[in-house]
Design a protein around this ligand. Sequence first.
Ligand code: CA
Length: 224
Amino acid sequence: MRILIVEDDEVLLDGLCQAMRHSGHAVDCVGNGKDAVHVLQGEVYDLVILDLGLPKLDGFSVLRNLRGHNQTVPVIILTARESVDDRVKGLDLGADDYMTKPFSLPELEARVRALLRRGQCGANPLITCGALAYDSVGRRVTLNGERLELTSRETGVLEILLSRAGRVVSKDQLIEHLYSYAEEATGNAIEVYIHRLRKKVEAAGVTIRTIRGLGYLMDKASNG
Ligand code: CA
């Protein structure tokens, strides 16, 4: 999944980026509110982690701008401001969650997972299709209970296809959710991941069909 982190404390920003990348996400980072508004207008994200005290434009303004453009991307406010008034204001402006610094990284990661799940497929951390199961907490894929060895990027592709099983996902959508701003994404790379995944999941009674001109569709095999 693709995450934007808006934070002006460089050490914290760096630590958060590393942690989110380690969890398998594509991460973009910006250090002030104006840049945040700018990238949010041009890019697609699955989640935003937003500081409030920011140079140029504060986090409340970023949030107001985002919701004013009807963007429904989940937002977690992560801030040193702990007053009830600030919490209420943040949530009423459209934040989905509010955490105060100092914070626990495992708790932030769990809240990120919870919000990403709700954005995709409901509250269940386990997504299944045929004999294939994806545990979004451990980022583990199993086939009939046996661990399937996948690279981080293959897991990312599978996660998106599984969470939209039965629906067509375009190549552009896969690229949007899998790559950060700085990474070069190509349709050819996506084709390679799909090709590898097909081989790995066919034993699970799951197919990944290519819908010409539209994208890919994951579903249970018709005889499965
Ligand atoms: Ca700050």
